[in-house]
Design a protein around this ligand. Sequence first.
Ligand code: C5P
Length: 298
Amino acid sequence: MTTPRSLSNCLAPAKLNLFLHVTGRRADGYHLLQTVFQLLDHGDRLHFTLRDDGVLRRMNPFPGVSEDEDLVLRAARLLKQQGVIRGCAAAGTWGADIALEKCLPMGGGLGGGSSDAATTLIGLNHLWQAGLTREQLMELGVQLGADVPFFLFGHNAFAEGIGEQMQAVETPDCWYVVIEPGVMVPTPAIFSAKDLTRDTKHVTIADFSSSPTSRFGKNDLQEVAASLYPEIADAIEWLRAHGAARMTGSGACVFCAMETEHAAQQVVQSVPTHWKAWSARALRQHPMAAFLSNQATT
Ligand code: C5P
């Protein structure tokens, strides 16, 4: 089978944290969590074109973001470096032009940057025929951010640890309304807040599966984020009229589950115009799951 020279329109899906409990803190300052990650059919899009000269290029870099901070380039460099470490003869020539159509807000709690990095690892692992398994990609992913391994896992997940220990979980086939309150939340500031509670009791995957999903648990980061950013509190308050509204991740976005696409679209149309809002369907699997392999090919 010949490998293509390019991969276009690769979705980097958004995620929601259906609940997010902070259960402790590690010695290195990272927090121990329990959460359910839900994939959505809405996200950024990436386009990859092979180069044989070893050059890695972002076609439309973000203004003000250096190459060393760009998660897409960092993911590509990490995979290439891994190829060299593994003694892959062609790794020195691995290159790509990468274009990113950004749709997900930064500091939104939707995992946009992490998902871009994961889609880059999946896309380039395929184009370069690097042959890394899903587990090997996840080991690289965690070096880029705590949420990256989830996007490489390929399935909705009940996650623990700092988010890297995952079990596949079934979630309802429904629609979500998402409101972007228009503020960018710095994740470290929320996690380091003095008022954050870090001792929520442990739950099990069975507890989650036996309860009504949208009302299970809470988001422990919500109170801190909403008190620092009143726009988040306002958006939750507004969305509450339509169901159990909650913040995702460390914010700023808030969401609410709907049974049908029609119901979701009706809510989106009534959202006050100073907020951006959209609806998305719950996905069962990552759109690029077919490119993830459990078996080494090299
Ligand atoms: O890994 P990521 O870049 O997503 O995390 C950003 C910051 O959020 C970390 O530097 C850390 O301060 C905080 N964080 C945490 N515990 C986690 C995830 C993130 O304290 N489980």
